[in-house]
Design a protein around this ligand. Structure first.
Ligand SMILES: C[S@@+](CC[C@H](N)C(=O)[O-])C[C@H]1O[C@@H](n2cnc3c(N)ncnc32)[C@H](O)[C@@H]1O
Length: 266
């Protein structure tokens, strides 16, 4: 019996960027204890392998705008499982509080009188910075870190505060930004960000298929062009991204195309 995970309760847990070694010990314990796990498509297969064979597993996979189940259905499913007396684990990619729709699920549980708790996870931006041996903030150069999504609804244009995002001392971590990379770069440059601002496109971060593509802002649309449509990609933009310690972790994949724009020794 786990006192913090009684029957009829829900945990929302972050699964991190994919590598099971980047899972928290708490999330690992919750996986081992749950009766049912509802998981996103971005939860890594190595993490899913930790789910015991007897545990019910439900994919509610949302990926690149293709939702196998809409949010209201997911809310209903997790609440119904808890009301049926199951220990429910809602496993989400990265950290549940960052572009993870966690508020809707917490509200749905509370409205139904279901106890709900949250376990954090490593978000894609932190994992991307670690893989690139770069820092998201930099003394005197990047005092702000902005997490932003460039995922527009339907055909709506991106409606973001471009002048605010283009501020010189900012690092931008752009989630769900591949499709809008070109317009985002154009808007940032029009708002005053230097065209040669360093960028890093981090694909499948922490997985064996990881790619880190470095370049400059005015080439961002080109840099993302070769990324597979189903591969998650995070865009890091800002001067801090171009500054790396001389001794860092080796990048697992270095894309030679970035050499045409700007190269950095590992
Ligand atoms: C719906 S958001 C969820 C973010 C998640 N909650 C987090 O904290 O990382 C999905 C986006 O996160 C980014 N992402 C998540 N996992 C990633 C990974 N392993 N590599 C690169 N980007 C990733 C991508 O921008 C992807 O489109």
């Amino acid at each position: 019996m786990q006192p913090d995970f009684p029957a009829g309760s829900v945990w929302l847990a972050g699964a991190g960027p994919g590598d099971p070694e980047l899972l928290t010990r708490k999330a690992e314990r919750l996986i081992a204890t749950a009766d049912v796990v509802f998981h996103d498509a971005l939860v890594g297969s190595g993490v899913l392998d930790l789910i015991p064979p007897g545990t019910q597993r439900v994919s509610v996979g949302k990926r690149s705008g293709r939702h196998s189940k809409d949010q209201a259905t997911i809310d209903t499913l997790i609440v119904a499982a808890a009301l049926a007396g199951q220990r429910v684990l809602r496993l989400k990619g990265g950290d549940p509080s960052i572009f993870g729709r966690s508020t809707e699920e917490i509200d749905a549980c509370r409205a139904a009188g279901v106890p709900v708790r949250v376990c954090p996870g490593i978000t894609a931006a932190s994992a991307a910075a670690a893989s690139g041996a770069t820092s998201l903030t930099l003394r005197g150069l990047a005092r702000r870190l902005t997490f932003v999504t460039a995922h527009a609804r339907g055909d709506e244009p991106l409606d973001l505060d471009w002048p605010g995002l283009a501020a010189a001392d900012t690092t931008l971590a752009v989630y769900m930004g591949r499709a809008a990379a070109g317009p985002a770069a154009a808007n940032l440059i029009a708002a005053g960000m230097a065209p040669d601002t360093p960028v890093m496109v981090a694909v499948n971060v922490s997985l064996p298929t990881e790619r880190l593509i470095r370049g400059r802002l005015d080439a961002l649309a080109f840099l993302v062009a070769a990324i597979g449509e189903r591969d998650p990609a995070l865009l890091l933009i800002g001067e801090a991204v171009g500054q790396r310690p001389s001794i860092g972790a080796p990048e697992r994949r270095r894309d030679v195309r970035s050499a045409a724009y700007r190269t950095h020794a590992c």
